[in-house]
Write a protein that binds this ligand. Sequence first.
Ligand SMILES: C[S@@+](CC[C@H](N)C(=O)[O-])C[C@H]1O[C@@H](n2cnc3c(N)ncnc32)[C@H](O)[C@@H]1O
Length: 273
Amino acid sequence: MLGPRVVRRKDLDLSLNLKTEQFLKTPDASQANWLISRSMDELADDLVHLDSVSKRFVSGSKRKEIFEDWVKSQAKYDDTQLIIDGQQVMQDWERPYMEAMAKVATKTKGDVLEIGFGMGISASYMLAMGVKSYTVIECNEDVRMEFEKWKKNHPKCDVSLVFGKWQEVIGELGLFDAIFFDTYPLSEIEFEEYVSNSVTFAEHFFEAAASHLKDGGVFTYYSNEIDSVSRRHQRALFKYFKEVSFSICSPLFPPEDCNYWWADSMIVTKCVK
Ligand SMILES: C[S@@+](CC[C@H](N)C(=O)[O-])C[C@H]1O[C@@H](n2cnc3c(N)ncnc32)[C@H](O)[C@@H]1O
């Protein structure tokens, strides 16, 4: 069992050193060998595949640090994007992605909860596709004003906004048929914790999503996955949802200066409670 193991590909060698005989000790050594070889093959194949995808990334721009209190920060809208505290919070190249997730969230045509109103792009798609009611949690004051303007364009629909951070207000809400999560880190601490150190940004919301969905309800979220979903990501989902499925949304065209996404495709996830 012990001793370096090496997996070779044209452009890389991947090696693994196990420090103890007890690690992954299966009844039969061949079982452990199979698990380890499989994991190493997966990582090597993933890296080779990401090498080909990396050629399609846009060059991107540097993200500014988040300094201000997000709640009161000015939200600047133009036709193509929403900027809050210097952050590119939402850009309109994501429309096809928002539309694809809106389709998932409106499958049940029921009561939908969205977290994060932003430019209202996903909200408009969901209303056009048909829902019984639409509730959104939003914590920025200017974005709330934008919601109020948007609401006037939908006088016949049952729409409402709950103001505040979802962490503070979601407990007041009941159960929904579908939940759509697309927020943005509110501080550098959140960025470090939820973007850099989580399997996907929405991971910190999975538990809340599951506890506010009816049985059979559907959850979808901005995923940052390019063309598939990692095993760690899948495990995190299966802790809370009984069925999970994926589709690829492409092509997407993030502009060269986009600082929060680089690739030309993203994964749409449908999780059923
Ligand atoms: C990426 S935008 C949402 C985009 C939206 N899906 C659209 O189609 O336009 C993220 C929004 O989430 C809000 N937000 C960020 N963190 C939040 C939190 N903890 N609770 C509530 N809203 C939050 C931001 O103020 C912003 O309006």
